[in-house]
Design a protein around this ligand. Structure first.
Ligand code: SF4
Ligand code: SF4
Length: 339
């Protein structure tokens, strides 16, 4: 029987309460049947050569990732690293969210370009370790996910003709054994990193981030899809381009503002969101803030500040009449309210 791979991504630093939760959770999960449990350093910090990253890349089956990141951030940073799959839906909700579920009208969003290529036939479930301060809710949810994955495998297997089943069964990839990797190397400290992560279920490939960033972080692939090409050229602590993205598709997983860090936000047009959480200030100031953050980094680099003269979003340049994006509508709504 193939086992479900569960990976716990440690918090950066040595926060005692976080370490205590990690340890009790791993201890409880190790007692659960049918799981392959591993621990890696903070997912966001794993460079391409880190053993933890190589291990994650080697996992072929369904995957559960427990991290101190918003699930959307964890999912898309894995996707960027080539660890792809269909998003697994979790039923684990922090108590505060239950009454205030995100009812963002996603159908109102313009069509997104979606992930690159064909996704492997597996699911990746990302759980946020900040939701609960005890292990039990996570253990229960992992148990539920394990059953869901098992049922899905069985349903697929039952749907195949017997002869094909046999053939595929022989070739079916088993989850990789973490024991194939050196345990110490798996947990080797990873230096802190800072880079944007794109949510391709929101990104429309408008390329405004490519125009705005003057540090060579963004590029396009052979199909001219935006990508974060040079992650480590991004300026530490700066989230400027996330403020100019019209779809709020750019995530800085460790930024202090929840929406920029990858939290799901409420309805924008309906003014349900908390503006201070979304942009770290008033929406009307977002571009000015982005320009000043970018100028600061240019000057730190010994270059000239460019202000608003370069790479400002096209939507601010007297865009002809047409369907308004959510941000434009929000500004209009605020004007109408006299805010
Ligand atoms: S600005 Fe946002 S929507 Fe446009 S290409 Fe960049 S990430 Fe995608
Ligand atoms: S935060 Fe600044 S340096 Fe980093 S990708 Fe965005 S614009 Fe470029």
């Amino acid at each position: 029987m193939s086992r479900l791979t569960v990976v716990l991504s440690q918090a950066p630093g040595k926060h005692p309460a976080k370490r205590a939760l990690e340890e009790s959770l791993v201890a409880a999960l190790l007692l659960e049947p049918g799981l392959e449990v591993s621990v890696v350093p903070n997912l966001y910090d794993l460079g391409p050569d880190h053993t933890g990253r190589l291990f994650l890349e080697s996992v072929k089956g369904d995957l559960v990732v427990l991290s101190w990141l918003y699930p959307r951030a964890a999912f898309w940073l894995l996707d960027r690293d080539g660890i792809q799959g269909h998003p697994g839906e979790t039923r684990l909700k922090p108590p505060a969210d239950e009454e205030d579920a995100d009812d963002t009208p996603t159908e109102d969003r313009p069509p997104a370009i979606g992930p690159a290529g064909t996704l492997p036939d597996r699911h990746i479930y990302c759980l946020d370790l900040r939701d609960f301060n005890k292990a039990e809710p996570y253990v229960q949810e992992v148990r539920r996910i394990a059953a869901e994955c098992r049922d899905r495998r069985q349903a697929k297997s039952a749907a195949r003709p017997a002869v094909v089943q046999l053939g595929l069964g022989l070739m079916a990839p088993e989850p990789t054994q973490a024991s194939a990797f050196d345990a110490q190397a798996l947990l080797a400290p990873a230096g802190r990193r800072w880079y944007p992560v794109i949510d391709y279920n929101r990104c429309t490939n408008c390329l405004e981030c490519l125009d705005f960033c003057l540090f060579g972080v963004y590029g396009v692939d052979s199909l001219e899809r935006i990508l974060v090409e040079n992650q480590d050229q991004c300026k530490k602590g700066c989230p400027a381009c996330s403020r100019v993205c019209p779809q709020q598709a750019i995530i800085f997983p460790e930024y202090k503002s929840a929406a920029i860090a990858g939290a799901d936000t409420g309805a924008v047009g309906g003014l349900k969101i908390d503006l201070s959480k979304l942009f770290g200030g008033d929406v009307a100031d977002a571009l000015a803030m982005a320009v000043s953050e970018r100028d600061r980094e240019l000057v730190n680099d010994g270059r000239e500040a460019v202000g608003a003269a370069v790479g400002l979003p096209k939507r601010q340049e007297g865009k002809p009449a047409g369907p308004k994006d959510e941000l434009d509508k929000l500004v209009d709504d605020l004007d109408a309210l006299g805010l």
